[in-house]
Design a protein around this ligand. Structure first.
Ligand SMILES: O=C(O)CCC(=O)C(=O)O
Length: 292
């Protein structure tokens, strides 16, 4: 199985279909180069200040990482809240939740000489697996050209169908998500993937945003990464995505907040994000079933 590449004009349906079928898909050239350059420039000081993490094998010792992306780079809002991303997340996650949320936002710069990151699945954070239910998706924006030499994300197409077992799966079928700057790689939380080795002489910068079911705890605390006074500068949909809204409705809300918060969203802008929880057995249902 090979990764599918779609044009930036692709609709939500073919992207979602390929994501569900293969566990990952690339849409090329989705964001304008000028926007990507601005995001990269805004991230630069925070990335440089972040320093190398020499303690973690997983994060790499020649890799810069920074969260609090929107605080450093407000222009990244256009990527986090992109219509295609939200459309694909709606299709993939809303069957299992009333609202979903940003789980993490991380700019990752793989420097020359870095070795390949261990392949992994992002949803192993959560100690449950429910057949057929995706807990999260990952969305990796290429802020540089991603090449096989500079550490393009490695993806194992089809690996979302691997069963979890005591034994590690055969992940030898990985493929580099080679894509020009401004492209985006979608992958399921259950898909095996990881950063590539950088054997080039230039860094590789990417921005990974994950989106997870709204009743799960966020991987990185977005209320601290983007505090209310910063979040309040962004639109309603993005604030809801950051978690400044409750999951569910009526008596079945999670994360509700009755106080004052400048970023709070009472009703998410997409109605489908908060359907009333189903109740069945009313007189109307009985009549409908009987075809009255
Ligand atoms: O940098 C990349 O291409 C992927 C990084 C990744 O998957 C991770 O750090 O969890």
């Amino acid at each position: 199985m090979r990764l599918t590449y779609l044009e930036k004009t692709a609709d939500i349906a073919p992207v979602t279909d390929a994501l569900r079928r293969d566990g990952a898909v690339v849409v090329t050239g989705l964001a304008e180069p000028a926007l990507i350059d601005t995001v990269a420039e805004e991230l630069r000081p925070q990335l440089d200040a972040s320093g190398l993490d020499t303690r973690s094998d997983f994060n790499g010792s020649k890799t810069l990482r920074t969260g609090a992306v929107l605080t450093a780079a407000p222009s990244a809002a256009a990527l986090v809240d992109h219509d295609l991303v939200v459309g694909v997340a709606n299709e993939t996650l809303l069957p299992y939740c009333a609202t979903y949320q940003v789980g993490s936002m991380t700019a990752i710069e793989i420097l020359p000489g870095e070795s390949a990151q261990a392949l992994h699945r992002d949803d192993s954070l959560y100690p449950i697996e429910i057949n057929g239910m995706e807990l999260e998706i990952g969305v990796m924006w290429a802020l540089d050209d991603f090449t096989a030499e500079n550490g393009a994300t490695r993806i194992v197409p089809g690996s979302h169908r691997f069963i979890r077992s005591w034994h590690l799966p055969d992940v030898s079928g990985w493929e580099s998500a080679v894509m020009p700057k401004g492209s985006v790689l979608f992958y399921l939380g259950s898909t095996w993937h990881g950063g590539g080795a950088n054997r080039s002489d230039a860094p590789r910068l990417g921005l990974i945003n994950t989106y997870s079911l709204g009743w799960l705890r966020q991987e990185s605390n977005q209320y601290l990464a983007t505090p209310p006074e910063v979040a309040a500068r962004f639109g309603t949909r993005l604030r809801a995505l950051l978690g400044y809204t409750a999951h569910g409705s009526g008596d079945d809300q999670i994360g509700k907040f009755p106080g004052n918060c400048p970023a709070w969203v009472d009703v998410p802008p997409e109605p489908a994000w908060r359907d009333e929880r189903g109740q069945v057995g009313s007189a109307a249902d009985v009549e409908a079933q009987a075809g009255v």
